[in-house]
Design a protein around this ligand. Structure first.
Ligand code: SAH
Ligand code: SF4
Ligand code: F3S
Length: 484
């Protein structure tokens, strides 16, 4: 953690400051007193746990929440048998919601055993009114509920709850605010996600994200560069730039700037070795970006380019703003510029009105593009989205059949593709000790594929050269070639 605030020096006898982030520093200092007192009372440290559902955006938010809890004085543990538990929720598909309700029953029992326990719910699911109503009614043991726009306020909300001893609820419909310079804790010392923008303006007709994450807002380039410089000074060598549609980065800034220009600035940061980003919307992927990817020494040879469907008719109904042919053309251009790039995608099966012919078009695209991997999803009806009220919802048994067929095809192609680099010596960022084989470590290639090889744990966080000897399913077994 690179922030340098001494919370002990903050005077909490005064009224809280109005400006951010100073206001939150004040509440962190206040909550520290509570935790300190409880610790003395119980004769043990207070523990916290955060469970993250959903995407990388949520994972990054969780790191910020943990940063605040640790600044307050909690110690992070993996289990929910803790004194402060946060569920950072997702609502992109119905089963994401069901998972959360399922686990809440388990939390209720834990809380009976530990009366000191505090439970907070946040994230995308909490932006839905009917969810909050349900929790208020049927899950009274929850202490704090907040949404996606005000995660920076965690310390203040804890303070409100401690003072009232009631369920503290704070949900904002939208925001134009971005609060910088708050504590955060990284899961990995050597790599980090970095938000470059929040929200989404695309309103794909099936998707709930624009409703729960609000309008698109870009961070200022200088704030992003500053954060990355600090991360690098703290040992980070790889970053993942995060946004729902990174290709439209910068459009709403006072001094507008393109995503490609931002990448050029980030590339200059000394000590930073690898740059990844997600997600790229095909409709906004510019020639300028392809050029930057071609010239860059640091941008990884990997692109996640969700297609959603191969049928131009369905793509129109999805409000995606590209056709099958335009997508294929784009792939051709990208591969022309970066021949060894690894392409991955997202596909939805069973969008309302999808016919067998439409589905065949999707199969056709995946056979033509040959994605390294694809995340396949069964269409989930999200209340409030235009697709939810469309006629011709596809019957479950037909969706299931198509889904299985698609998955088999996707996996067949992935298996054929891994292995194409056997015999090559490639750079690998070592991430962890191998959990299955003693004396082995695991790392990632520039194209994000995993490699296992014999090596010491001291290599973790380093980029080393590894000879790729053997392909097994979706990963390689290699041998260490050199440590530079
Ligand atoms: N912003 C990203 C996607 C974020 S959501 C993009 O535009 O590509 C991640 C994926 O979830 C989407 O790509 C889509 O494939 C899937 N998804 C979103 N809403 C869905 C729904 N209602 N049912 C099934 N899958 C959905
Ligand atoms: Fe959802 Fe579309 Fe926005 Fe992605 S671009 S988050 S799929 S609305
Ligand atoms: Fe889920 Fe929210 Fe991400 S709905 S996919 S956690 S933006």
């Amino acid at each position: 953690m690179f922030y340098t605030i001494d919370f002990n020096k903050i005077d909490i006898t005064n009224a809280p400051p109005e400006t951010e982030p100073e206001r939150q520093y004040y509440f962190i200092a206040k909550c520290r007193e509570y935790v300190q007192k409880k610790r003395e009372e119980l004769g043990r440290p207070l523990l916290c746990c955060i469970k993250t559902f959903g995407c990388q955006m949520n994972a990054r938010d969780s790191e910020k929440l943990i940063g605040v809890l640790e600044a307050i004085g909690y110690q992070q543990v993996d289990t929910e048998e803790a004194d402060f538990v946060i569920y950072n929720t997702c609502t992109v598909r119905e089963n994401a919601n069901l998972k959360v309700y399922g686990r809440l029953g388990y939390l209720k029992n834990l809380k009976k055993k530990n009366p000191n326990m505090k439970i907070a719910l946040c994230g995308c699911m909490m932006q839905e009114e009917k969810v909050v109503e349900k929790i208020k009614k049927s899950y009274r043991f929850v202490d704090i509920i907040f949404g996606t726009h005000n995660i920076y306020k965690l310390a203040e909300l804890i303070d409100i709850h401690l003072n009232s001893e009631k369920m503290a609820i704070d949900i904002w419909k939208d925001t134009d605010k971005i609060v910088e310079e708050l504590p955060n804790e990284r899961k990995y010392p050597f790599k980090s996600g970095v938000n470059i923008m929040f929200g989404c303006n695309n309103f794909c007709s099936y998707c709930i994200v624009p409703y729960v994450r609000g309008r698109e807002r870009s961070r200022k380039p200088e704030d992003i560069v500053h954060e990355i410089e600090n991360l690098v000074a703290d040992g980070v060598v790889e970053i993942m730039l995060l946004g729902q549609n990174v290709n439209s980065y910068g459009k709403n800034l006072e001094n507008s700037i393109t995503f490609a220009e931002l990448l050029k600035r980030i590339e200059k940061i000394e000590g930073l070795e690898r740059i990844r980003f997600m997600t790229s919307h095909p409709k906004d992927l510019s020639d300028e970006l392809i050029e930057v990817m071609k010239e860059s020494k640091k941008i990884c040879k990997q692109l996640h380019l969700p297609i959603q469907s191969g049928s131009s008719r369905i793509l129109k109904a999805m409000n995606r703003h590209y056709t099958k042919e335009q997508y294929l053309e784009l792939v051709k251009k990208i591969r022309g510029a970066v021949p060894d790039i690894s392409l991955t995608t997202d596909i939805i099966v069973g969008f309302p009105g999808e016919t067998q012919e439409d589905f065949e078009e999707t199969l056709d695209v995946i056979r033509k593009v040959r994605f390294d991997s694809a995340f396949t999803f069964i269409y989930s009806k999200r209340t409030g989205t235009p697709a939810a009220s469309m006629e011709n919802q596809v019957p479950d048994d037909i969706i299931k059949e198509r889904f299985d067929c698609l998955l088999a095809e996707v996996q067949k192609i992935s298996a054929e593709l891994t292995g194409r680099d056997i015999g090559k010596i490639e750079k690998v960022l070592v991430e962890e000790e191998n959990t299955h084989q003693k004396g082995f470590v695991t790392g990632r290639l520039s194209n994000n594929i995993l490699v296992h090889f014999e090596g010491k744990k001291e290599l973790i966080g380093k980029i080393v050269s590894v000879k790729l000897e053997e392909a097994k399913g979706f990963y390689y077994i290699g041998t260490l070639s050199s440590t530079v």
